[in-house]
Design a protein around this ligand. Structure first.
Ligand code: GAR
Length: 203
């Protein structure tokens, strides 16, 4: 069966990458195959997860390349070399320019750990999102998977899942619950949805 080539962009621990790897193994993702993992940080544990699963890896460092433009040019080169159909941002902590997002229009998705449009946009990433949700006092948060365009966290929403906030939650506890109950479920499901659309288009 024809499958869409998936590339996953990561910066850190890579638990969402692991959820994607597991979902491909279990058949939740069947219209796509993870061909490449790209990190913008050579110490990202996500790279180990990829290697353990036998997936090709690449490290692209802005600090070595000197500018955002050169960084994105190199990203585009490695992604195109792998014949990438879908780019998944899974804990990728770098904002991409309009040049990059236009290059892969409707072919980049991202998982964000809140219910967009709450607690999102520039400056809201990782634990900061959960700190802001707890500080505001919302009783429900969750996760969102969306297309990536030139507006940070501003692209069309693909899936969302709500998660209850409980008394005594710390940012770390809330982050873990949102990952387990929402992110690790809706990211693979969204990936399958978009990959199946891509292969229908290709045929
Ligand atoms: C995840 O919670 C992801 O939603 C978030 O960072 C974490 C990465 O964890 N992403 C953002 O905040 C992007 N704006 P992981 O490396 O274990 O998947």
């Amino acid at each position: 069966m024809l499958k869409a080539n998936i590339a996953v962009l990561v910066s850190g621990g890579g638990t969402n990458l692991q959820a994607l790897i597991d979902a491909e193994k279990s058949g939740i993702i069947q219209s796509g195959s993870i061909k490449l993992v790209v990190a913008n940080n050579s110490k990202a544990y996500a790279l180990e997860r990829a290697k353990n699963a036998g997936i090709n890896t690449a490290v692209v460092l802005k600090s070595q390349l000197g500018s955002q433009e050169a960084f994105e040019k190199e990203l585009i080169r490695v992604l195109e070399e792998a014949d990438t159909d879908l780019i998944v941002l899974a804990g990728f902590m770098s904002i991409l320019s309009a040049d990059f997002t236009n290059h892969f229009r409707d072919r980049i998705i991202n998982v964000h750990p809140s219910l967009i449009p709450s607690f999102c946009g520039k400056g809201f990433y990782g634990l900061k999102v959960h700190e802001a949700a707890l500080e505001y006092g919302v009783k429900v948060s969750g996760a969102t998977v969306h297309f990536v365009n030139e507006i940070p966290d501003g692209g069309k929403i693909i899936m969302q899942k709500a998660v209850e906030i409980l008394d005594g939650d710390t940012p770390e506890v809330l982050q873990k619950r949102i990952m387990e109950e929402a992110e690790w479920k809706i990211l693979p499901l969204s990936c399958e949805k978009i990959c199946s659309f891509i292969i229908k288009e290709k045929n």
